[in-house]
Design a protein around this ligand. Sequence first.
Ligand SMILES: NC(=O)C1=CN([C@@H]2O[C@H](COP(=O)(O)OP(=O)(O)OC[C@H]3O[C@@H](n4cnc5c(N)ncnc54)[C@H](O)[C@@H]3O)[C@@H](O)[C@H]2O)C=CC1
Ligand SMILES: O=C([O-])CC(=O)C(=O)O
Length: 329
Amino acid sequence: MTRTPVNVTVTGAAGQIGYALLFRIASGQLLGADVPVKLRLLEIPQAVKAAEGTAMELDDCAFPLLRGIDITDDPNVAFSGANVALLVGARPRTKGMERGDLLEANGGIFKPQGKAINDNAADDIKVLVVGNPANTNALIARAAAPDVPADRFTAMTRLDHNRAATQLAQKLGAGVEEVKKLTIWGNHSATQYPDIFHAEVAGRNAAEAVNDEKWLAEEFIPTVAKRGAAIIEARGASSAASAANAAIDHVHTWVNGTADGDWTSMGIVSDGSYGVPEGLISSFPVTTKDGKYEIVQGLDINEFSRTRIDASVKELTEERDAVRSLGLI
Ligand SMILES: NC(=O)C1=CN([C@@H]2O[C@H](COP(=O)(O)OP(=O)(O)OC[C@H]3O[C@@H](n4cnc5c(N)ncnc54)[C@H](O)[C@@H]3O)[C@@H](O)[C@H]2O)C=CC1
Ligand SMILES: O=C([O-])CC(=O)C(=O)O
């Protein structure tokens, strides 16, 4: 194999998502079974030793595609020459913390990381923000990287998309692979809107096949939107393996393309489509090809959907205004 390795930077590498993610990247599941990778792990100084332990384990897997691991607490080093950056490390909300405090603490992480990406990453850099609040953290990083095209900054709603696919498949007794054209709109938060009106299950329109607006409004949407909290309640820790899996899916789809007749959901910088204010990082239905994505255009948005998209976009607008007033963007 003579191909130049792809540099993949992972922040928060010693955390629980990092532990579920790194082995899959190193085994070729992020970019493809023929693509060698070099890993750059960014951690805070106190967690560098733990990241070193994970790196020892990665070595011990003898992955043929893994061409090196660097571990650092310096964002400029971590993002030097990065082709793909997975921004996982974030400041969780702790007891007594107001939303503004959370946004400010994360601004202290994502602003310098955005600048370090701007100054050091490769020209083809692709960024996925996983750390919460993911959409607004992506907005902060993007604002700190004026030399990087805005469409390279994305936020993860693929976990929500995958959750919705399973809920819908289970409701209709279908396989998840038969579910197509689902959309997550808006924020990766409880206001997100999983939309089945354009979705198909085994070739049938999903909303018609379900034919149960009560289930849609009272079961499906809340189950998907509050799944993160339900996992925390059940597991005593937030979702990790499924979040890592979604990060793999997000980047793999971005790089390798969506299947014909299907699309996926990604948090991306709005171009104003579907009435989402330009510049907000909001989830949309997108197709991907040759490492680029496009918003699926021309979908009819009914009243049921419009109200819910607007509510989530309102929350994103409020988060943007809050980080703006904190001087973070
Ligand atoms: N978008 C999504 O669908 C999902 C997002 N998440 C979010 O992902 C984030 C990570 O989750 P976990 O891995 O479970 O958390 P964790 O607490 O286990 O790990 C986070 C890691 O980030 C590190 N970190 C903190 N600040 C850093 C910085 N400035 N630079 C580099 N590393 C830093 C910490 O030392 C820690 O090792 C959380 O914000 C969580 O809410 C989790 C699940 C789904
Ligand atoms: O709230 C969290 O940290 C976990 C999360 O985003 C999710 O599972 O969707």
